[in-house]
Design a protein around this ligand. Structure first.
Ligand SMILES: [Mg+2]
Length: 352
């Protein structure tokens, strides 16, 4: 007989993150414990209105109602995932339950979760996000990231509400600073517009960013404008990824006509079970894969890192920007967010 308990903790960001939709200084996340007589599994939900639960309280209510209805957690993890989807549980809340169940299963097997999945350790270094900021702030942030050895791949948030001139100004400041210090700083640049551009602006920016060695552009158009991606895909100078436009595996076949890859997130898709399905569907459609994150601590990031070996690109950096961080796990090892080789996903909550 498995029991489920909940805990809510506010996680403050060291640096508030500004993207095209607004500024985020922290989040109240829900931690889920699934226990049996011998051990427990730990999961986490970072709330989000677009992920179905705008607060920890709403996510907990979704899970409590589901658990009452389903009458226990004795069936397979896959079965529980599909039942929770059918019941209408928010994807971010399912993700917390799903990763707690996988953590518990791996602990029962006395294996690290990545080994339970038949995987090795991830070998791809993570992107670190730079939000929309003034040109002056850019220098300071790059110096900080360099000191912390976090400057391997930068994901720059563009799509500023102030328009593409502001985007260009911020990007140029960063680009020129890196050029001036190119002997010391070897950085790969990626751009995420978070849906902040029109088709016309996106077209201009893709050409402009291609000239500045950007590797790929993520979510150029807003969620809901997927049909317009066709106008960018044709003759694109850079690979296009979608994030907000791709919620789960059902979205992938249609998107594969207009994009080169998808960025999946555990909070968006409903957890590890669906994430693995998305990787399979993406590969079947010749798409590149990326795993990203919301405002998650080391718990959810460790779960994501456990399947990190499946991805072409990794963007698991939110735990590095939480201060104080009450969780531990998934340390940065030579730029790679690395799950610990201990039973389960390897993360813990300090007072648990
Ligand atoms: Mg994104």
């Amino acid at each position: 007989m498995k029991t489920v308990e909940f805990k809510t903790i506010y996680l403050k960001k060291r640096f508030p993150l500004k993207i095209s939709r607004g500024t985020f200084s922290g989040s109240e996340n829900l931690f889920v414990y699934v226990s049996d007589s011998k051990s427990f599994g730990l999961g986490e939900m970072c709330p989000g209105a677009t992920e179905g639960a705008e607060s920890a309280e709403v996510g907990q209510k979704h899970l409590e109602d589901f658990l009452k209805d389903v009458g226990g957690l004795s069936s397979s993890i896959w079965d529980i995932y599909f039942k929770a989807v059918d019941f209408g549980v928010a994807p971010c809340a399912i993700a917390a339950l799903d990763m707690a169940l996988w953590d518990l299963r791996a602990k029962e097997a006395n294996m690290s979760l990545f080994r339970l999945f038949g995987l090795g350790l991830p070998s791809v270094s993570t992107s670190v996000t730079i939000g929309i900021m003034s040109p002056e702030e850019v220098h300071e942030r790059v110096r900080y990231l360099n000191e912390k050895k976090m400057l391997e791949n930068l994901k720059i948030k563009l799509g500023s509400p102030d328009g593409i001139d502001h985007d260009k100004e911020m990007f140029s400041e960063l680009f020129e600073f890196l050029q001036r210090n190119s002997s010391k700083l070897k950085v790969k640049l990626r751009v995420d517009a978070n849906g902040g551009w029109s088709v016309e602006d996106a077209h201009k920016m893709l050409i402009w960013l291609h000239e500045r060695n950007v590797e790929y552009v993520e979510q150029p158009l807003s969620w809901g404008e997927e049909e317009n991606l066709r106008f960018l895909f044709k003759d694109r100078p850079l690979p296009l990824f979608v994030d907000e436009s791709c919620r789960n595996s059902k979205d992938i076949p249609n998107l594969s006509n207009y994009v080169d890859g998808i960025n999946l997130k555990l909070m968006k898709c409903g957890g590890l079970t669906e994430a693995m399905r998305m990787v399979g569907v993406s590969r079947a459609h010749n798409l590149k894969t990326m795993i990203g994150c919301m405002g998650e601590s080391s718990v959810s990031i460790s779960a994501g890192a456990s399947i990190g070996a499946l991805f072409d690109y990794i963007d698991l950096d939110s735990h590095l920007n939480i201060d104080p961080n009450p969780t531990s796990g998934a340390p940065l090892v030579n730029g790679i967010v690395t799950p610990q080789n201990i039973p389960g996903h390897g993360a813990s909550l300090q007072d648990a």
